[in-house]
Design a protein around this ligand. Structure first.
Ligand code: IVH
Length: 676
């Protein structure tokens, strides 16, 4: 026993020393020991761990080999690096295809897709100028990445110079860095999986460290290309393969749902024999012209989807059922289960979705259940083995009150008139449980994006009452953090800097951040375009002014009755308004920059009636916006042009437009204007 304690003592001391030298080296750029002394220290720690399993339980060593650096230069991507939406089964894929056909209005015609494995690694983008690799960036937050060129250059599979003819002068290649499974087995150390190891290695400040780990690269796409010389994704892959890039050999084109399914089953069946981890296949519309017509939503392209392999399943027992309150007040039942490993991860919580789901499956405490975990999705309970049920078990009664004590309600959907399956607490910021979740939303990436203030830290600060409402974030008493676990002078300084930086915020981000239900990123942008400045937005606080404004909002395409009612509900609660007011006082909110895209419809407002032959309404709307115009949802004096599609236009709208002397354009003229 004495021996064990001595080892723990020794180990703790070495970890402390390592942390000190990590800080000196990575953050302060001021090392006190030589590289080899540092390497020896790391080796001593790893050796101690290897010889003494119990040290892992202390969970102290997250640093060896992965020490991230805050020193990489931040660089804005030439084109944002988006993420992919997911599909989990044939039906999801059917939906994906029909959404595309609807958008392009090409019902019935087959669309060709490029099918490629989705490599479970770390994405990186490579920029070649006149054939020479000049920049290499990590994904970062998708808009701004980090300059990791030197580290990327250590990867043999990445060409430093492109050997080929007619290589575009600006050529940006995107791909995935990974570690082969066999290589990973040799270097494992204390990494949980190859993906983490690849990430850790790529972010080494010293590229000599990166070069010690056998990283590999598959190219799968492009960012900026000038001039554009490719017509299809498959042609692009083929060409760059000849130019020396490593392309995944399982890439192929498919023409319909059956071929998609066949390829999916085939790759799934050989998946375990591959030397790299994949978690599904990516399907991309092959024709690049169609890709550009489809464009992107705010987070992912409409022309691609990640079709994930089926979820990993496991059997366990429910110890308890508790409820959780989300930031919109949604009450979610969660099963606390006996810990079980699903797909390499230990799971002890699984969602039960909602009250109806529990009733339908008659899920009870004590039940033996099957759970599944797919990708990053929260594990879920999928079925109950009632044969294993204890005779004395009782039906689960869903609580009617929120954790804050308020009565919860199921709302009735306005258009379907159906009762919602989800119970909600309607207290907004007045409910402590909602307030805490709203804070987590406010600091998140798409909102204030405050580095170092994640969910766990919000929980920590909430518990000690340091932060209870959004404005508290900006008036933190940093002296109170000093003595908390895990906080040191440097991390406090970094937090201060991140918080100060986030005080200057765009109006649309601000509107999204305050967390009004039904107001996501897209709607927040539309609203910011309407209000333009925070001063105008503040008029919503006054109930009379609010009424006047809300009537006008219906004109905005994308904002409907549901959003308007939700805005009204939000600001009708005094606490919400007060909290938003106090938050505004701490910030500098930038006016919304109307993106005056120059184009055929600059400063013009357009409205559509009737369907078009060659395109969907969504595509028509995107075309207007990309050409500098704005689409309106109702006819008023503010409207400049009414475009009449040939299929079932509304007579009344045409008459209204005529009486207001609004310019009217027919479908054929519409195509002519756009040179289609
Ligand atoms: S295409 C707009 N193709 O998956 C994004 N991505 O969730 C286009 N990934 O960040 C991505 N293999 O790092 C694409 N064959 C593949 C991929 C792939 C892995 C990763 C990539 C991206 C993430 C998207």
């Amino acid at each position: 026993m004495v021996n064990k304690l001595t080892i723990i003592e020794r180990y703790k001391k070495k970890i402390k020393l390592l942390n000190k030298h990590n800080k000196l080296y990575f953050n302060n750029d001021n090392p006190e020991i030589s590289d080899s002394e540092y390497d020896n220290l790391k080796k001593e720690i790893l050796d101690l761990e290897k010889q003494n399993d119990f040290l892992f339980k202390l969970n102290l060593n997250k640093k060896v080999g992965t020490s991230p650096s805050k020193k990489f230069k931040k660089v804005k991507h030439l084109k944002p690096m988006l993420s992919l939406s997911n599909a989990f089964d044939k039906n999801d894929m059917k939906d994906f295809i029909s959404k595309i056909s609807n958008f392009l209005n090409t019902k019935g015609k087959n669309i060709e897709f490029s099918s490629e494995p989705k490599i479970d690694g770390i994405s990186a983008t490579l920029i070649y100028e006149n054939g020479v690799l000049t920049k290499g960036l990590s994904r970062g937050d998708g808009v701004v990445g980090e300059d990791i060129l030197e580290n990327l250059k250590t990867i043999n599979e990445i060409p430093k110079k492109i050997k080929g003819i007619n290589v575009p002068s600006l050529f940006e290649i995107r791909g995935e860095i990974y570690i082969g499974k066999k290589d990973f087995d040799n270097i494992k150390g204390n990494f949980a999986n190859p993906r983490n190891a690849a990430g850790g290695s790529l972010r080494q400040k010293d590229s000599r460290e990166t070069s010690k780990i056998p990283l590999k690269y598959f190219a799968y796409g492009f960012g900026a290309i000038e001039p554009m010389i490719f017509a299809t994704q498959s042609e692009f892959l083929e060409k760059i393969k000849n130019w020396g890039f490593s392309i995944n050999p399982l890439s192929k084109t498919v023409k319909n749902l059956d071929e998609i399914e066949a390829q999916h089953s085939y790759v799934d069946s050989i998946r375990s024999s591959l030397d790299y981890d994949i978690d599904g296949l990516v399907y991309k519309v092959n024709d690049l012209k169609l890709q550009s017509r489809l464009g992107n939503t705010s987070s992912s392209p409409r022309w691609a989807v990640a079709y994930k392999f089926s979820a990993e399943k496991a059997v366990t027992k429910i110890k308890d059922i508790v409820i959780q309150v989300g930031r919109t007040g949604a009450i979610t039942p969660v099963a606390k289960v006996e810990p079980v490993t699903v797909g390499g991860v230990v799971v002890s919580n699984a969602t039960l979705h909602n009250e109806d789901e529990i009733n339908r499956k008659d899920i009870r405490v004590g039940d033996t259940v099957q759970i599944q975990r797919a990708g990053d999705v929260i594990p879920q309970v999928i079925s109950v083995d009632s044969s294993k049920r204890d005779q004395k078990s009782k039906k689960y009664i869903f609580p009617e009150k929120c954790l804050c004590g308020a009565v919860t309600k199921k709302e009735v959907n306005k258009s379907t008139k159906k009762e919602d399956a989800v119970r909600r607490c309607l207290k907004g910021y007045e409910c402590d449980f909602i307030a805490r979740e709203k804070l987590k939303h406010i600091v998140s990436k798409d909102a204030f994006n405050i580095d170092g203030l994640g969910k766990k830290v919000i929980d920590q600060f909430w518990e000690i009452k340091l932060i209870r409402q959004p404005s508290d974030i900006f008036t933190i008493n940093y002296n109170k953090i000093k003595n908390l676990d895990g906080w040191g002078e440097l991390s406090i300084n970094n937090l201060k800097k991140a918080i100060d930086k986030s005080k200057i915020i765009e109006l649309d981000r601000f509107i999204f951040s305050i967390g009004i239900r039904h107001i996501g990123q897209e709607n927040a942008k539309i609203l910011a375009g309407f209000f333009q400045s925070i001063n105008k937005f503040k008029d919503l606080f006054n109930s009379k002014e609010r009424k006047k404004i809300l009537v006008n909002l219906i004109e905005l395409d994308g904002i409907g009755e549901i959003q308007i009612e939700s805005i009204n509900n939000f600001f009708s609660i005094n606490t919400n308004t007060e909290i938003v007011k106090q938050l505004i006082n701490q910030l500098k909110i930038k006016n919304f920059k109307v993106q005056n895209k120059k184009g055929k419809f600059s400063n013009k407002t357009i409205m559509f009636t009737g369907g078009f032959e060659k395109m969907s309404r969504s595509e028509a709307k995107t075309l207007v916006e990309n050409n500098g115009g704005k689409v309106l949802g109702t006819i008023s004096k503010k409207l400049d042009i009414l475009v009449i599609g040939s299929s079932k236009p509304t007579k009344k709208k045409i008459e209204n437009a005529k009486s207001l002397n609004i310019k009217i354009i027919l479908e054929d003229d519409w195509y002519k204007i756009l040179n289609l």
